[in-house]
Design a binder for this molecule. Sequence first.
Ligand code: FES
Ligand SMILES: [Fe+2]
Length: 360
Amino acid sequence: MRNPAAAYTDPLRFERELTILFRGRPVLVGLTCDCAEPASYLTAELGGLPVAVVRQPDGSLRGFVNACRHRGAPVLAGRGASLRSIVCPYHAWTYALDGALKARPLDWGFDDVPKAECSLHAVAVAEKHGLVFAQASAGASIDVDSLLDGMEIELAEYGLERYAHFETRVREWRFNWKLVIDTFTEPYHIPALHERTIAPDYDFRNSLWDAFGVGQRTVNFRASIETEIAEKPESERRLLPHTTIEYFLLPNTVLTHQIDHVELWRAEPIAVDRTRVWTSLYAPETPHTESARKHWKKNLDLLLQVTETEDFPMMERIYRGLASGAVKELVYGKLEPALVHYHRSLERLLGNQTSAKSGT
Ligand code: FES
Ligand SMILES: [Fe+2]
């Protein structure tokens, strides 16, 4: 498949991506355990639209545009728990957890603007299999299983709702958001780009790939799979400790099961050439001891050390080549099926049948 550089660099296409992919469809905003307790919350962006998702006292989730109805300040930041109400940090307009405006300091100054007309604007949310999705339009109804298109059968088996959020780190980069997802689509780059770091840990000669509608899943094997196969009868072999399994949730998320934990990689578009990368690590249970916390911190440090010194700096250099006009197109090989499927799926969702050409 040949993909024109403009798929990454064209500002008009970028605007269409925000409208169609990030605001016109559901987007994964986190896992259930990011806001598990009543009165906890998470915040995210849907193509530039700030949103907040709040766990209600009855256990359900509600989503809001994260902008105060007074003068637009974000009412919640980051993530958190134990909200008694939602208090805007600018002038302290105070909302109930369901988004209704409860109180305003010096209320007489707004006595011709009824409180009932000042609830936070709603966005649609849905939660299933431990995944939380939001969609910009309030009236949308999100059917998680049809969105996952068969992938939900595998995802449900991980029991993601029982995982514990360990830590999220965020960093901004100078490249188009799709390059984040491209990074994870193939193990073909591991022996070259990661020669000095993770290459010895991987058996990159084989990998598995399956499509689920516009989504997909890859299984990459660690070098330890050879011993597992050599030493154990088939009935005793375990797959998960010897693999990195990646679920691509369009448009901008990769959910990874790696050895003993789960990671979420989200690419938040800021501009055609600027992207915020969110990396979250989830442990199978809340780490209660110092040594457990050290273990997960070391894991996350290592992950980011590789991506932030090898993968993403390479993506920045690639983007400069694309944006310069010198690189007219990218070539995705037949040993990179996830890369091909990802971009074909985006084209399909964008309604561009012809811009990405496939060879034979
Ligand atoms: S902007 Fe929120 S109270 Fe003024
Ligand atoms: Fe990599």
